[in-house]
Ligand binder design. Structure first.
Ligand SMILES: NC(=O)c1ccc[n+]([C@@H]2O[C@H](COP(=O)([O-])OP(=O)(O)OC[C@H]3O[C@@H](n4cnc5c(N)ncnc54)[C@H](O)[C@@H]3O)[C@@H](O)[C@H]2O)c1
Ligand SMILES: [Zn+2]
Length: 257
């Protein structure tokens, strides 16, 4: 099926439900100019993300890992939310139950105005004391001292992000599973659907009888499970769905923002 009739069907489906969950990955921020991990531009020096975003890499060479995060913070700091982030922030107000689960650490959904958000993998603008676990908000770009140290106990600070091989915070994961298994529709946007446990959340929706809508320029391991899979860029597709929703007249006033 070509794109246009799918957009219409998806908008029709959305206009008839109250409980919507969204799962986003780094692809939603690609149109804001933030590189995804699985692409050429995701490389830093000669390192793959998988070699740097691990506890062992950090404790072996905290300076190197912090230089990479400092580079990423520098890339992200000037970036603005795109039309995809903005549509999703508007939709929070039109569905009675609407929560956004993100794997992103860039904070762009909040910048766009989303308030009901679960950050599965943490947030790059927070640092955490490796001894005390305390969280410190920090927007400094570049960081003055690398690696940064805790002002209270002088231990190493680490990025407040979940690394490969680490577990997600239990309460956040349980909440995400609950939201995924109780929604009528889950929109899965810009994720390669290979990083667990996030990749399994839409399957919990399907198991409970809900529908999966995938938005991604590429085919992913989730595609064959999706009720609708729309190939294309998140910002463009979400705008088209929003226009169609407006046309259905479910709500007014958000399409031209
Ligand atoms: N912006 C960020 O915060 C950021 C950036 C890089 C990586 N990460 C982390 O990387 C991990 C990797 O998983 P992932 O699935 O999020 O990312 P990923 O890098 O594995 O996959 C990105 C996906 O986005 C798709 N994509 C590319 N451009 C798109 C667009 N314009 N619209 C829609 N989709 C598009 C790609 O086809 C791909 O499937 C996550 O844990 C995430 O926290 C986050
Ligand atoms: Zn400390």
């Amino acid at each position: 099926m070509s794109r246009k009739p799918k957009i219409k069907q998806v908008a029709e489906m959305l206009s008839q439900v109250d409980r919507v969950t969204v799962l986003t990955g780094s692809g939603i921020s690609a149109e804001s100019g933030i590189p995804t991990f699985r692409g050429e531009e995701g490389l830093w020096k000669t390192y793959q993300a998988e070699e740097l975003a691990t506890p062992s890499a950090f404790f072996k060479n905290p300076k190197l890992v912090w230089e990479w995060y400092d580079w990423r913070r520098g890339l992200m700091a000037p970036k603005a939310p795109n039309s995809g982030h903005i549509r999703l922030a508007a939709w929070e107000k039109i569905f009675s139950t609407f929560t956004l689960i993100t794997q992103n650490i860039d904070g762009l959904h909040q910048k766009a105005g989303t308030t009901k958000i679960l950050e599965l993998h943490g947030n790059i603008w927070k640092l955490r004391c490796t001894e005390e676990g305390t969280l410190i908000e920090n927007q400094e770009v570049p960081l003055e001292v690398i690696p940064p140290l805790c002002s209270e106990c002088k231990a190493l600070l680490r990025p407040h992000v979940v690394w490969f091989g680490e577990s997600l915070e239990t309460a956040i994961l349980q909440n995400a599973i609950q939201l995924s298994s109780s929604c009528e529709v889950i929109l899965v946007i810009g994720t390669s659907s290979v990083v667990q446990p996030a990749a399994s959340l839409p399957l919990a929706t399907a198991d409970a009888g809900g529908k999966i809508i995938e938005i991604n320029p590429e085919v992913t391991p989730l595609t064959s499970y999706a009720d609708f899979s729309i190939r294309g860029k998140a910002g463009e597709i979400l705008l088209e769905i929003d226009e169609e929703l407006n046309r259905i007249n479910r709500y007014k006033g958000t399409a031209s923002q």
